[in-house]
Each structure stands twice: as structure tokens, then as C-alpha cells.
Design a protein around this ligand. Structure first.
Ligand SMILES: Nc1ncnc2c1ncn2[C@@H]1O[C@H](COP(=O)(O)OP(=O)(O)OP(=O)(O)O)[C@@H](O)[C@H]1O
Ligand SMILES: [Mg+2]
Length: 464
């Protein structure tokens, strides 16, 4: 795979292209302006000379007079060896000719006597070497009525050479400027990206063990402040996530230590003295209970880990909530009559959910309710549609949950009264599993509890 270009290379390339385009554009405009200025000067001179000569001729009497004053006429084009003057009479005979460089002079078509000479009348032609000549021919009239043709012209060879030099000089200077622009923009870009590099160096030093470290933007530009802010926020979240995983590990170890400690303790005590078969039986029975608790914890932890995986596949199907709640109630019937508690089911609704997970969530809430409902009281399972969502509530009377515990109730391993609930049938994972199941379904779970009144857990399933 081709390595992608670095940011500084890209920026330098962009600057270079922009600079080159600007240089070329400005250079071209300057060149055009210079060219126009040079030619405009020459053109004005040619037109002024032609006008002057025609006026001069008009004041002469005859061809002879003209010949006599030839030198005075030549003076008007002297001083610049590129200029030429030629006067011919109407028979085509040359009367005056001044042409130091000897380029061809065009006599046709001539501007008629009465017509004003303008720059637009100038013509351009070429000599044998392809060099340009610009000039104009005009007709003048002597006092005796004779017509003469006056041609003034200028070789543009020197101008073209000048412009050629100018073009070459300009190209060289533009090239030098461009090289300077590349070097400077490269240096500037490197300088501007320095904070980015230092952020990368900072980021490279952050590991799972040093998640408390943060990136410093220092005096970097505002955009990088936003980036480092966002990355630091991400680190905050990762740090929080890591802390939770760590806490979970600690809690899990702690939770497994108790039953294993119990197992070991009771077995040790039992082995200290000879026991009757009945005593051994009781011991094995309690061993099995502890083992059950350990395997329940492990099973719950595995479930939570699987549910955390984004690839967890839900088997959603439309469920008739009334029927499902009746089923779950039947399942808990034995436990309920043992505790002397009644279970009542109310309302109907349909949810689009995974049947096993639905049963597990409601079952966890019902098993909690059974544990905290005083004998003779009734637990209510309620299904209802509200605002497009379906809510399923499990409500039981009892002591209630003190408000300060409500926020953490759904945390893993959280129990309100550890000493009381640390019995064989409590892992403290039940409600966190309910929460996970609801999140998998895009819903949520909430709790509401009155001291010495009703405790109500509500599952909210989003509407279809
Ligand atoms: N209906 C309820 N009435 C009073 N307290 C409750 C009720 N339901 C839950 N709690 C409190 O919330 C705590 C957490 O419940 P959760 O179901 O997560 O764990 P658990 O019931 O202790 O363990 P497990 O469900 O694994 O057997 C319980 O220990 C209990 O203190
Ligand atoms: Mg529970």
C-alpha cells in the first residue's frame, strides 16, 4: 500500500501551487503592461512624426524645395537608429531616404492627404529575418500641388529583444521566488505542526496504567485545543471505563471469596472430629448450595460480559405480554406460596423482544419482589402502553429502598444491605442484568420506592 502523504507535504504542495499560480498570473499581467507601454510610446512617436512631416511638406513649394530641406526632415526621425524615413514622388522615385539599419519600408497603402493620422492606422510587417517593423505611409501635398508619399517606420527588433530578455529575467526571478516560497512554506508548516507532533509524543506515553495522563495543547492553535480537549474527554471516559472494569474484577473476586471461604471453613470444621452420616449429609447439602451460588455468579458475570459485546444477537419476536407475565407467575408460584405472597397480573400489551431475555428481566424483578414482600401481601405485575412505549411494572409493598441507594441500585454487585443480603441466594447482579437486557432492547429500567410503601420497578420498551 502506498504511504499517504504527510500533512506538511500536502500543505507545502498546496502553498507551492497557489504561489506558482499567483506568480504566473501577476508576472503575465506585468509583462503585458510593460509590452503595451513600450509599444504605445513607439506608436505615438511614429504618428507624431508622420503628422509633423505632412505639415512640413505642405509648407514646401516643390520637389526641389523638398530635396533642399531633406536634412531638416530627417532630423525628425534622427536620434533613434531603428527609425526610418522615406519620401517618394508620385512616379515612385525616391526623394529622401533615411534607413540606417536597412529594413524594408512599406509605402502602400498610404493615408490620403486630408485624413487625420491615427495610431490605428499603423501597420506591422516583417523583414527577411522575421523581425517586426511598424510604420505608416501618408500622402502629403506640396504647395505646387505635387503629391509625395511619406513613410515613417520603426524596426521593433530592439523592443522584441528587450521583451525577450525581460521574459527570461522574469522567469528566472519567478523560479527563485517559487523555490523560496517552497522552502519558507515548508518551514512554516513544520513550525505550525509542531504542537501536533508534541501531542502525538504525549499520546504515545499513555497506557492502560497511565490513563490519568492528559494531553497538553499549550500555546497550540485553537483547532488543536479542540482536538486535545476531545481526546482528553475520551481519556476521561476510558479511565472511567477502566475503573469500572477494575472495580468489577475486585467485586467479583470478593464475591467468590465468601462462598469458597465458607466451603473451606465448614469442611475443615467437619473434618476435625468424626461425624455421623446425617451430619455429613447436611454438610454436603450446604456445599452444594455454596457451589450453586458460585455457579450462579459465574453464569451472571458471563451473561453480562456477553451482553456488553456489541455483536450480541437478539432474537426479537412479538410477545404477548399478558401471556408471558402469566407464565412467569406460574413459574414463581411455588416460591410465592412458600413466602405466603400473592401475585397479580394486570393489563395487556405486545412488545417486540427476545423472549428468553424478557423472561429473565421480569423474573429477576419478581424474585427480588418475592424476597422483600411481607407475607400476606400482593405483588402486582402490570403491563401498559404509554406514549407509544410499552411499560411493564413489578410492584410490591414492603420496607422500600432508601432514596440514597436508588442511583447505584443497578450497579453490578450492589446490594442495599450487604450483611442482610449476603445470603446464599443473592449475588447483587440481578438488577444489572435487567439493565443490560433493557439496553440491548433500546429501552431502560427505572425504580421508584416509598419508605414503608410501594417499590416499583418499571421496564420501558420502545414502541415499534
Ligand atoms: N423489590 C425490592 N424491594 C426492596 N429492595 C430491593 C428490591 N429489589 C431489589 N432491592 C435491593 O436491590 C439490591 C440489588 O438487587 P439485585 O437483584 O441486583 O441483587 P440481589 O437480589 O441482591 O441478588 P440476585 O438478584 O443476584 O439474587 C438488593 O440487594 C436489594 O437490596
Ligand atoms: Mg435480585
Amino acid at each position: 500500500m502506498m504511504r499517504s502523504l504527510s500533512l506538511s507535504t500536502r500543505l507545502t504542495a498546496t502553498f507551492t501551487v497557489i504561489t506558482a499560480v499567483c506568480f504566473i498570473l501577476v508576472g503575465w499581467l506585468l509583462y503585458r503592461a510593460a509590452e503595451q507601454r513600450i509599444y504605445a510610446q513607439d506608436e505615438t512617436n511614429l504618428v507624431l512624426s508622420a503628422r509633423h512631416l505632412r505639415r512640413f511638406v505642405a509648407e514646401l513649394d516643390s520637389i526641389a524645395d523638398l530635396k533642399a530641406h531633406q536634412d531638416r526632415m530627417v532630423v525628425s526621425v534622427l536620434g533613434d537608429p531603428s527609425n526610418a524615413l522615406r519620401i517618394v514622388d508620385d512616379t515612385g522615385q525616391i526623394i529622401a531616404d533615411h534607413n540606417p539599419t536597412g529594413f524594408p519600408v512599406d509605402l502602400q497603402p498610404a493615408v490620403p492627404t486630408g485624413q487625420r493620422i491615427l495610431t490605428s492606422m499603423l501597420r506591422t510587417w516583417r523583414d527577411d529575418h522575421g523581425l517586426s517593423i511598424r510604420g505608416v505611409a501618408v500622402t502629403g501635398q506640396l504647395r505646387d500641388g505635387t503629391h509625395v508619399t511619406i513613410a515613417v517606420a520603426r524596426s521593433l527588433a530592439d523592443r522584441e529583444a528587450l521583451l525577450r530578455h525581460y521574459r527570461r529575467d522574469m522567469a528566472l526571478r519567478l523560479l527563485a521566488g517559487l523555490i523560496a516560497a517552497i522552502v519558507l512554506s515548508h518551514l512554516l508548516v513544520r513550525r505550525a505542526l509542531r504542537p501536533l507532533r508534541s501531542m502525538a509524543i504525549d499520546a504515545a506515553t499513555i497506557h492502560a496504567q497511565s490513563l490519568h495522563k492528559r494531553l497538553t495543547a499549550g500555546n497550540a492553535p485553537a483547532e488543536l485545543h479542540a482536538l486535545s480537549g476531545a481526546l482528553n474527554d475520551m481519556l476521561d471516559r476510558l479511565e472511567g471505563g477502566f475503573a469500572r472494569v477494575w472495580q468489577f474484577t475486585v467485586d467479583l473476586a470478593h464475591d467468590l471469596r465468601t462462598p469458597i471461604g465458607n466451603l473451606r471453613g465448614t469442611n475443615e470444621v467437619a473434618l476435625a472430629h468424626p461425624r455421623t452420616p446425617a451430619e455429613y449429609q447436611a454438610l454436603l447439602g450446604s456445599n452444594i448450595e455454596e457451589c450453586d451460588r458460585v455457579s450462579r455468579t459465574i453464569e451472571s458475570v458471563l451473561f453480562l460480559a456477553r451482553a456488553d459485546n456489541p455483536q450480541f444477537a437478539l432474537q426479537r419476536a412479538p410477545l404477548d405480554v399478558g401471556t408471558e407475565l402469566e407464565r412467569i407467575t406460574e413459574y414463581f408460584e411455588g416460591l410465592a406460596s412458600e413466602a405466603g405472597v400473592h401475585i397479580k397480573v394486570q393489563g395487556r400489551a405486545t412488545v417486540h423482544a427476545d423472549r428468553d431475555l424478557f423472561r429473565r428481566a421480569v423474573g429477576n424483578l419478581l424474585s427480588n419482589a418475592l424476597r422483600y414482600t411481607p407475607p400476606g401481601e400482593t405483588i402486582t405485575l402490570l403491563a401498559e402502553r404509554s406514549d407509544g412505549a410499552v411499560m411493564i411494572a413489578v410492584e410490591n409493598p414492603g420496607e422500600g429502598i432508601p432514596p440514597e441507594h436508588l442511583a447505584q441500585l443497578f450497579d453490578r454487585f450492589y446490594r442495599v444491605d450487604r450483611s442482610r443480603n449476603d445470603s446464599a441466594n443473592s449475588t447483587g447482579l440481578g438488577l444489572s442484568i435487567v439493565k443490560s437486557i433493557m439496553e440491548l432492547h433500546g429501552g431502560r429500567v427505572s425504580v421508584d420506592s416509598q419508605p414503608h410503601g410501594m417499590t416499583r420497578f418499571t421496564l420501558w420498551f420502545p414502541g415499534d
